[in-house]
Design a protein around this ligand. Sequence first.
Ligand code: FRU
Length: 496
Amino acid sequence: MSQNLMHASIEEAQKFIDRHVTTVAQAGMRQRYHFMGQCGWINDPNGLIYFRGEYHLFFQFNPFSGFWGKMYWGHAVSTDLVHWKYLPVALAPSEFYDDHEQGGCFSGSAIEKDGKLYLLYTGCSNQGTGLRQTQNVAMSDDGIHFTKYAGNPVIVPPSDVPQDCFRDPKVWEHEGTYYLVCGAQREGHAQALLYCSRDLLHWEYKNVLFESRGEWGNMWECPDFFQLGTKWVLLCSPIGAGERKVVYFVGDFDYTTGKFVSHTNDEIDWGLDFYAPQTFLAQDNRRIMVGWANEWQWMKDWKDWGPTYQEGWCGSFGVPREIEIRDDGRLSFVPVSELQSLRGDRRSVSELHVTQNQVVDIQAGDGVSFEMSLVIDMLRTRASSIELSLRKGEGKQTTCTVDLAHGLVLVDRNNADGWSQGISKSPLNVFGKHQLDVHMYSDQSSLEIFIDEFTNVHSLNIFAPSSQNRIEIKAIGGEAVLKHVLSFGMQEPRGE
Ligand code: FRU
């Protein structure tokens, strides 16, 4: 499925989706409970907001093919972050500032003002002087149909910022003033720029909120900035920062200077497929993050986007995660409690002894779509490492090694499915710990592994058939004592 439609309108895009949605829905690699587009390509989550009793999720969308192209904004709503209802495409490239073939309506965010829903997004165009990125506004009375503001663009790149390195506005309000942070580059270094406005339409440049001196790359995609408890958090997806691809900074922010000073940073997700997350406040003030379960071609570990383009689609989002701040200033990313409504058949073992080099089978749902957790009893475990084999079968498997001797987590998908490649690796602090918890979410084509109180996360895609459905645990170098081995089959969200 691929079609080159010059400037296809929202209605044309919608017709195309309606023609393909049924076929794509039957494709073998479709996720069972993770969010996907109805067809075509998706990347970054955009415009996340709780508005008039519903969660709105917009997303970077090329409905016409399983590859990135000219970008639209797809749209879906939910009352529980689990069951999603698709709405018509919200934004289509149409104006001189957002109509380039390799551009369109790029990422951005949403905010409510006077009962209306406003979208702030990057328009990517080329009027003969190279790719140019500007910030633009679209608004809606009903939260479904959007009108682009006649005065767009509302922010153009500063003269010393390359005009193709100025994107992804994230907006918020504080005491009657609107603020926006966006990614930029100056003198080859990444920056997050801060703007402010009284009406969302007229913006004033305030300051460089935070910047790289080279160690954090040359451009930050999708910066997000918010208060969490007494601290402030900046999330971004840096380009050119070596191993680091999706990071957080925790620190202090002063509205009068517009400066952020950070004292703690770490990786949001060490896995091979997690990028461009965006956060929003849930109805009950939880800070929730949704990320794109993929990565770009230019990234170190990129292999390819998997076989799903042959099925007419590509891309899903990781499970929504609640961000919490801990006493040591680090963040944890806990899958939202709403996911529990999908829990099906439950299995539990209160204590499991796995002797040296023994391989123990574990049951969790159908071995493809499941949630599973366990706790390693560090006081009684003598094993130097514990290996969890997931989606095993047909001579293939993905292996998560919790290396207690070296303080490492490794997730190896080199023999996962004959398609994916790579090993993700993170440091693991085991010193002085009495126990270590592991939580997993598995779906048709993804694995998400949360270790050490949800501070150490690995998300990755694997494109394994359902016949790869065994789970095994092995202890190396001594016995492992595992407590509370608990699993649930995950049901498909029903209803919409
Ligand atoms: C991040 C990103 C954004 C951009 C969008 C384009 O994944 O590159 O910077 O707005 O994707 O689709």
